[in-house]
Design a binder for this molecule. Structure first.
Ligand code: JB3
Length: 213
């Protein structure tokens, strides 16, 4: 972890879990910012909630680093828009990697990737920017994970799976070898994905089938 001071965007559940990662990694935490201005002045584990996003814009982008504390439970859109807004203004997002994660030295990580406790990432996987690899996720060899994807706790991706940008793979879902999942896909918790999924599809079940609404 760099010595540059860090601000966490968001002060909800995901931010609280991230604080654990950042504190154990020795990050120099300035505080959190949250759209809910009523939270300003409170603290989480001694780390102050400074105000809303206007606080960040008071800092030169060269002098701070950001961590995206917005998670997702279905759509990754908010997490993505927060990231894009600060990147467009010249700010940089740092990695947050729990020390208990096991990762091959051949894994490629783009900016802003978050890897939570107990995740395992095998050789030659590629994890694009702003991806959230949540608690206990397994990403096996040669997987390609697109920008802004959330792999929820306990997801298992077998070898050579691809996941398109902005998809949300729900808690405990399993994807067999070589499957290609498109962009903006929602895979429900516990699904078992055995065939390719087109962009924008919502699937659930064992084996996973499209949810027609
Ligand atoms: O699945 C797991 C283990 N965790 C979930 C996580 C990945 O996603 C968790 O259970 C939740 O479902 C979700 O956590 P998250 O995103 O932290 O949700 P919540 O607890 O609702 O907190 C979101 C916070 O972001 C709220 O306090 C909002 O006010 C704040 N927020 C929303 N938009 C924002 C913005 N904060 C800032 N700074 N800027 C915004 O634009």
């Amino acid at each position: 972890m760099t010595n540059c001071p860090v601000i966490v965007i968001g002060a909800g559940d995901h931010a609280r879990v991230l604080l654990d990662v950042l504190l154990v990694s020795g990050a120099q935490l300035l505080g959190l910012v949250d759209a809910n201005i009523a939270l300003a002045g409170n603290a989480i584990r001694g780390v102050p909630i400074l105000g809303d996003d206007g606080i960040v814009f008071g800092y030169d982008p060269e002098h701070i680093l950001l961590v995206n504390g917005i998670g997702s439970s279905r759509s990754t859109d908010l997490r993505r828009s927060v990231y894009d807004r600060f990147i467009a203004a010249g700010y940089r997002f740092v990695h947050a990697i729990h020390p208990s994660a096991v990762m091959s030295s051949t894994v490629a990580l783009k900016p802003g990737v978050q890897i939570m406790a107990g995740a395992v990432i095998q050789p030659d996987a590629l994890i694009e920017e702003n991806v959230l690899v949540n608690t206990g996720v397994i990403i096996d060899h040669d997987c390609k994970i697109g920008a802004h994807v959330h792999l929820a706790p306990g997801v298992t991706l077998s070898g050579s799976v691809t996941v398109g940008a902005g998809s949300h793979i729900g808690t405990g879902a399993t994807v067999i070898q070589g499957v290609q999942i498109g962009s903006g896909v929602l895979v429900a918790a516990g699904a078992v994905v055995v065939e390719d999924i087109r962009d924008g599809q919502h699937v659930m079940g064992v084996p996973a089938r499209e949810v027609v609404s």
